[in-house]
Design a protein around this ligand. Structure first.
Ligand code: FAD
Length: 391
């Protein structure tokens, strides 16, 4: 069955903006757009994560930094999210021998925050829902859309289809964006994607006697040249450890004993903290996860559609800026909307013109930090560098 939802909720003057993807960037962007008074509809493929038992998705926690905070501030959410985060004032480098050395992120008092991805997404959805001109549609997976008419077709889990037309489509549907697929059919659209040889795996470090197993206000790093592990603190006093390693190394380890042998050689101080049994078990829970970097240009088609967040620029996670850059996209778009009185035919090209070079720079920096974090962080000159905004 195909049902067509027309823009019934809107008045004749109120433009309908469809945000495809209710992830971190989509949910935040929906707030920005609702604040402007558009009739906003969010279409998210998953069920409502606020009701779901198990939330599937990428990394458990993320580093929120200045860019991201600025965007949250615009929609009045900075304080709330910051109060639910854990400040990390410095990196804590773990040597092979177990020695820990801090490297501050910047000047005294500067820090980045460890925040829970699922919680942040839930908070943003709840905030979006507060606007009366907002409708959240879950279980709506975008299948197809037309750049000419703005008509979108969504698949529902019961097998039905739904169609809706919007004045503006904002593609926030992540690294494998279905919205972006249409861009590939347009002329003069540049696109590249690169999978790096490394995968990632998350492991949990439980509390010890009800307290954090390591110092909480740090981003812990075990740099080992060709691979590395990092750990970010969570509010429940656990750490989420992420092991980054070439896929071929992941695949070499096939038994629990080999896991322990590997950790003994590379991250011996972490073994008692994660626990031998947990390590042997959790290493095999999921295979290493792939990481992709996507660059494209432009970010818009005519006055109809614009890409933001990972849909426009998926980056490797080593700069800790994927979400932060996506959040910043929302501010930049908002400012251009002000500048050009919400005239989409001018706003969209201007957004591409302004934003593409900056997002490409973030992608390049992330790729650079891919090497920096696991290798250069070991070297002395690194100690003299001052970056508050990256991992
Ligand atoms: P997503 O979070 O991918 O959300 C996309 C949404 O669209 C999802 O909800 C999805 O269900 C929905 N969707 C997909 N397809 C469709 C469809 N066809 N129809 C409808 N809906 C659809 N960034 C940081 O800033 N700091 C960090 O510390 C950090 N750490 C990271 C660690 C790892 C291991 C990884 C992999 C990434 C990390 N990132 C970090 C990057 C960050 O996760 C992303 O940049 C961020 O999630 C992008 O948000 P998004 O909303 O654009 O995309």
């Amino acid at each position: 069955t195909v049902s067509i939802m027309e823009e019934s909720s809107s008045t004749s003057t109120q433009k309908v903006v469809a945000v495809v993807g209710g992830g971190l960037v989509g949910a935040l962007n929906a707030c920005f757009l609702a604040k402007r008074g558009f009739s906003v509809e969010v279409f998210e493929a998953r069920e409502d994560i606020r009701k779901a038992q198990i939330v599937k998705g990428r990394s458990i926690n993320l580093a929120l930094s200045h860019r991201g905070r600025q965007a949250l501030k615009h929609v009045g959410m900075e304080e709330k999210i910051v109060s639910q985060g854990i400040p990390m004032h410095a990196r804590m480098i773990h040597s092979l021998g177990g020695k820990q050395s801090p490297i501050p992120y910047g000047k005294k008092g500067q820090y980045i925050l460890s925040v829970d991805r699922a919680n942040l997404n839930k908070e943003l959805l709840s905030e979006a829902e507060k606007y009366s001109n907002m409708k959240l549609n879950f279980d709506h997976k975008l299948k197809d859309w037309s750049a000419e008419t703005g008509l979108m077709t969504f698949d529902r889990s019961d097998g039905s289809k739904q169609q809706i037309r919007a004045d503006l489509i904002v593609g926030c549907d992540g690294a494998f964006s279905a919205i972006r697929k249409q861009f590939l059919r347009c002329g003069r659209f540049d696109y590249s994607q690169t999978y790096i040889p490394h995968g990632y795996m998350e492991l949990t470090m439980p509390p010890v006697n009800g307290e954090f197993a390591m110092k909480p206000n740090y981003l812990h790093i075990w740099p080992r040249n060709t691979f590395m592990m990092i750990a970010l603190p969570n509010l429940d006093k656990t750490f989420t450890c992420t092991l980054f390693m070439p896929f071929e190394e992941f695949e070499k380890i096939t038994t629990g004993d080999e896991v322990i042998e590997f950790f003994q050689k590379q991250f011996p101080d972490s073994i008692p903290l994660i626990g031998v049994d947990a390590l042997k078990r959790d290493y095999f829970r999921l295979p290493g996860q792939a990481m992709v970097s996507v660059k494209c240009c432009p970010y818009h088609i005519g006055d109809k559609c614009v890409l933001m967040g990972d849909a426009a620029h998926a980056v490797v996670p080593f700069y800790g800026q994927g979400m932060n850059a996506g959040f910043e996209d929302c501010i930049v778009f908002d400012e251009i909307m002000d500048q050009f009185s919400e005239d989409f035919s001018v706003v969209l090209p201007e957004y591409s013109r302004v934003r593409v070079p900056d997002d490409h720079a973030i992608a390049d920096l992330a790729m650079y930090n891919y090497i920096e974090m696991r290798a250069h962080v070991n070297s002395k000159w690194f100690l003299f560098r001052k970056h508050v905004d990256n991992f």
